[in-house]
Design a protein around this ligand. Structure first.
Ligand code: FAD
Length: 303
């Protein structure tokens, strides 16, 4: 199959360890990983997979996924080579694999405001749209105007902002796992470049101070339950530093699970289950995972 994929896509790897492609640094091998460099290559790979009956898993920067120790069957389509960013007046369009930080940098250089809050999120535009990523009071939803997507029939369609169904860490893509974001346009407003720079630096400083960035992790493990903060509930439940294997509730920020060195996906899963059970017993609050779980022979799902 590798030879066939190489005929339709610029860069193909076989038996690639997913641990090399996730911010958790966890995950067994995928059968094949492709890095399309154009929309045509994306289409070619999907058409091939459809015909061969092979599953395709889309990956951006892997900063919100836990991949199972047994890896992923089929093809992982990593979008990071689709990274063009263009500006038209106060609108910026970014391909799915562009880093959110790169998008924010372009906006800042053109004195365009509306994205600075997202600058420290280590994901791609596609992953950001899928998750409606957000921080410090801003989210993708605030400035998104439209996206070009590829649907289940391999047709390119334009989705309006409304059609994205964006809400807290949620989008329409969760119920349409075959849809792929190709590019997204954001409508921004004129702003002072120096002010944007100051704001970005300050928010990055806050992240460095509060988050356990010295260890592999996947950001906030849980969504914010209505009326609470997940990290505070976990801390109040006495779980700061709680360990399963080499997975740990961060001592620095209880909302994060970290990989101390050799954590397995199984360690992280067990830790999450245990934290969830304790918090439910102590406070009656159900914690819903923000991190997506990807495993062999099953569609990507919430942990
Ligand atoms: C240190 C750290 C800090 C973080 N801080 C924040 C934060 O402040 N706010 C926040 O919201 N998140 C945060 N995150 C989580 C994460 O960075 C975001 O959810 C980000 O948007 C995920 O983007 P990604 O490209 O890494 O997606 P991935 O992890 O690669 O994928 C996530 C999901 O999106 C899907 N997907 C990816 N690309 C596409 C596409 N083109 N089309 C369709 N589906 C796609 C994948 O299939 C998967 O289901 C943080 C993570 C880390 C490690």
């Amino acid at each position: 199959m590798k030879t066939k994929l190489e005929a339709i896509c610029s860069y193909v790897l076989a038996d690639e360890p997913m641990a090399k492609h996730t911010s958790f640094k966890i995950g067994g091998p995928c059968d094949y990983m492709v890095f399309p460099k154009s929309v045509d290559e994306v289409k070619n790979v999907l058409a091939f997979a459809k015909e061969a009956g092979v599953r395709v898993t889309v990956l951006g920067n892997g900063s919100n996924v836990l991949v199972a120790d047994e890896g992923i069957d089929g093809i992982v389509l990593k979008t990071t080579e689709l990274k063009a960013i263009t500006r038209n007046g106060t609108d910026i369009t970014a391909q799915a694999g562009a880093r959110l930080s790169a998008l924010c940098e372009v906006a800042k250089e053109h004195s365009l405001g509306g994205l600075a809050e997202l600058s420290g999120i280590p994901g791609t535009v596609g992953g950001g749209v899928y998750m409606n990523a957000g921080a410090y009071g801003g989210e993708i939803k605030d400035t998104l105007v439209s996206s070009l997507i590829l649907d289940e029939n391999l047709e390119i369609r334009t989705l309006t902002a409304e059609e994205h169904g964006l809400s807290y860490r949620h989008s329409v893509f969760h119920s349409h796992p075959q849809w792929i974001v190709l590019e997204t346009t954001f409508s921004l407003t004129s702003a002072n470049r120096d002010e944007l720079h100051k704001k970005t630096v300050e928010l990055l400083r806050k992240r460095n101070e509060k988050q356990p960035l010295e260890y592999p992790n996947a950001g906030s493990t849980f969504k914010r339950p209505e009326g609470y903060f997940a990290g505070k509930l976990i801390e109040d439940a006495g779980l700061r530093g709680f360990l399963v294997g080499d997975a740990q509730v961060s001592e620095k920020h209880c909302g994060f699970v970290i990989n101390r060195k050799n954590a397995t996906a199984d360690d992280v899963k067990k830790l999450i289950e245990s934290v969830r059970k304790t918090v439910k017993e102590k406070f009656g609050v159900t914690l819903e995972a923000e991190v997506r779980y990807v495993k062999r022979n099953e569609p990507d799902a919430i942990l």
